[in-house]
Every structure is written in structure tokens, then in C-alpha cells.
Design a protein around this ligand. Structure first.
Ligand SMILES: Nc1nc2c(c(=O)[nH]1)N=C([C@H](O)[C@H](O)COP(=O)(O)OP(=O)(O)OP(=O)(O)O)CN2
Ligand SMILES: [Zn+2]
Length: 150
């Protein structure tokens, strides 16, 4: 049986600020992120299996990505907890805002690395994460490929 790649796309609205950055993105601002998740494996050949013909049910992939990423990042503002932005984050949190402190600078590159690890940890053994594409704006995106990270 052939290996087949399948992709599911997600979107979420997230705020962030790049502490120490030398451009406008040092300011708190937000993006309508688009995330494409591609996995590969062999379609199930057992015709008695409820998932017959599927590599992984799109719904099962959706559940993983929603729980690990979309539900966590959507309408949250992400700050690097290793910067003075932690003070701002605490203030916002105290005022009831949805704040996410991460251990990295929240660029698209670093976010996509984080997302890859989180998704890999949740995939069944017979399914491999092939790639992620995280689109920050219409013209800017970062990609993670398993083949680039062997
Ligand atoms: N390598 C990276 N560069 C930048 C990132 C990033 O995550 N990785 N992030 C930002 C800002 O957060 C923001 O995304 C602005 O990006 P940019 O593409 O410059 O946005 P514009 O609105 O100027 O896009 P145009 O379509 O060119 O108008 C900055 N850099
Ligand atoms: Zn930005």
C-alpha cells in the first residue's frame, strides 16, 4: 500500500509581541494565523475497520490539533516569559485576559517548532508528521518539515 499525505487546515486569532525586536512587531498586535498540518501513513486496508481507506480520520487529526494548539492559542496573547514582557502578561492576566507565556520568542518559526513537537507527541505510532505551515499574514509564513530535521 502506498504512503499517502493528508492535510488539515486550521485558523486562529492570536496576539503577540516580539520583545527586543527592531521593528513594528515589538508592539502588541495580532494575526489571523492559518496552520496546515500534513501527516502521512498508509490507508487502512481492513474493510471491517471503521476507518477503512483512511490514513487517519480528519476528525481525529482535528481533535489533536484543536486540543494542543487551536484551543490554547485562539484569542490568547503570547509573550516570551524570559523577557520583561512577563510583567505586562501578569497585569493582563490579573485583569482577566487570556495570556499565554511561552519559553521562546513567539515568531512564526518558533511557534511552528513548538506546534510540531506538540502534534508529534499526540499522533498514533503508525502516523508520521510530515510538515506544518504556519501563515502569519497573507505574505509571511514558516514551515517545519520532518525531512529537514532528521
Ligand atoms: N522571520 C520572521 N520575521 C518576522 C516575524 C516572524 O515571525 N518571523 N514576525 C513579524 C511580525 O510579527 C509580523 O508578522 C509582521 O510581519 P510582516 O510580514 O513584516 O508584516 P507586514 O504587515 O509588514 O506584511 P506585508 O504583507 O509585507 O505588508 C515580523 N518579522
Ligand atoms: Zn506579528
Amino acid at each position: 500500500m502506498s504512503n499517502i499525505r493528508i492535510t488539515k487546515q486550521f485558523s486562529f486569532e492570536t496576539g503577540h509581541a516580539l520583545y527586543g525586536y527592531d521593528g513594528k512587531c515589538k508592539n502588541v498586535h495580532g494575526h489571523s494565523y492559518k496552520l496546515s498540518v500534513t501527516v502521512f501513513g498508509k490507508p487502512i486496508t481492513d474493510n471491517n475497520h471503521v476507518k477503512f481507506g483512511m490514513v487517519i480520520d480528519f476528525s481525529d487529526l482535528k481533535k489533536i490539533v484543536k486540543e494542543e494548539i487551536v484551543n490554547v492559542f485562539d484569542h490568547a496573547t503570547v509573550f516570551n516569559k524570559n523577557t520583561p514582557h512577563v510583567e505586562l502578561a501578569k497585569e493582563l492576566e490579573n485583569r482577566g485576559h487570556n495570556v499565554l507565556l511561552v519559553n521562546y520568542q513567539p515568531t512564526s518559526e518558533m511557534m511552528v517548532i513548538d506546534f510540531a513537537q506538540k502534534i508529534k507527541n499526540r499522533l498514533p505510532n503508525h502516523i508520521t508528521l510530515h510538515s506544518l505551515k504556519l501563515q502569519e499574514t497573507d505574505t509571511s509564513f514558516a514551515e517545519w518539515y520532518a525531512s529537514d530535521n532528521i
